[in-house]
Design a protein around this ligand. Structure first.
Ligand SMILES: [Zn+2]
Length: 356
């Protein structure tokens, strides 16, 4: 191994992230005969009689192509990158995968849409970083309308790899957009797509992009607006808030799960809604005593069903009343007696309502 390479390895071990594969070690004598390398000395570090030079060829590039549906992202990528030595990734593939996972029958449950989208974003980011690390350039079809999403991406990429980051923003004319909608039979009006387009916060250099371009009907124009660092500050604050909110939701879900699991073994109050009996029992004790009560196969906490002791039957339960008086069966609070209302509120508040 040449001396210079040994020194580079030593420095690599010493400084961790600072020196990576993208740097090459040159001895002083090599550099004396190579003024071109000295010319890019802003990338050079002096070390033990040699220079560490960032090898420009080894700096990877990630290119984001963003815009609304029908704005021409895929066309732009096909024209400029297909067949080139780059990896092409599309956020839509990641979103589709998450939707398929979350799908119950034909719809995605309301609460999980945001989570699915976020998961897709994060998985795509992981893949981008992995490709860059393995020495590939990457082109990404993305939405990334909001500065905060882009800042989150750029921060993570910069933390992980040394890469040049560019973005192309598709901003077609109305005529072009209208044609795209017709040609691809897209189920959205021009007005709707223009509203989406208005939601795009145009990328600002302060977000950390090396290059920013606007693309209008095939014409590419560099557009580096005046840097606005406050955008990034706000974005970071929003990201911190969002992370805190997600954490709180996760904690809440976990606590609820733990509580539900504890109900299998801990004693809790069993109320017979028919005879009014009230006993502090475990689920096992209640089962042996003939109680019809959650948790069991047919009874779920918080969901309307009979709540009866071993001496009583369905007759006189709120469950039977609701199941036989409405089609479809729904609880109408104004039609309940005070006793039924008490039962109903206790059921809705389960399992917490059974604890003390
Ligand atoms: Zn009873």
């Amino acid at each position: 191994m040449p001396e210079s390479q040994k020194a580079a390895n030593k420095l690599y071990l010493f400084s961790g992230n600072l020196i990576s594969k993208t740097y090459k070690m040159y001895s002083k004598s090599e550099l004396i005969f190579c003024p071109a390398i000295l010319f890019i000395s802003k990338y050079a570090l002096f070390f033990e009689g040699g220079f560490i030079i960032k090898n420009e060829k080894d700096v990877r590039k990630v290119t984001f192509v963003i815009g609304t549906a029908a704005s021409g992202k895929t066309y732009f990528i096909n024209q400029n990158y297909v067949g080139k030595d780059v990896d092409i990734l599309d956020v839509f593939d990641y979103q589709k995968r998450e939707y398929d996972k979350a799908k119950i029958k034909n719809s995605v449950p309301a609460g999980s849409v945001f989570r699915s989208l976020l998961k897709a974003q994060n998985d795509l980011l992981d893949d981008i970083i992995e490709r860059l690390r393995s020495g590939r350039d990457v082109v990404v079809e993305q939405t990334l309308f909001k500065a905060k999403r882009r800042v989150a991406y750029i921060d993570k990429i910069r933390e992980a790899v040394d890469a040049s980051i560019e973005v192309y923003v598709m901003r077609p004319s109305d005529d072009r957009l209208r044609k795209n909608i017709e040609e691809r039979e897209i189920d959205r009006t021009l007005e709707t797509l223009k509203q989406y387009a208005d939601e795009i916060e145009f990328p600002n250099p302060a977000e950390g992009f090396d290059k920013i371009y606007e693309v209008r009907d095939g014409v590419i124009t560099p557009r580096m607006d005046e840097p606005r660092p406050e955008i990034v500050d706000e974005a970071r604050e929003e990201l911190v808030d969002e992370a805190a909110r997600i954490q709180a939701e996760d904690d809440e879900k976990r606590k609820r799960q733990e509580l539900l699991e504890s109900m299998n073994t801990r004693p809790f109050w069993h109320y017979c809604e028919v005879c009014g009996k009230k006993e502090y029992l475990t689920a096992q004790e209640a089962f042996e005593g003939g109680w019809d009560y959650p948790p069991n196969m047919s009874c779920v906490f918080g969901v309307l069903g009979p709540r009866t002791c071993g001496d009583c039957t369905l007759v006189g339960t709120l469950y039977l009343k609701v199941m036989t008086s409405h089609k479809p069966p729904i609880v109408v609070e104004s039609e309940l007696t005070p006793k039924e209302l008490e039962t109903w509120r206790r059921i809705k508040g389960e399992p917490e309502s059974l604890l003390d």
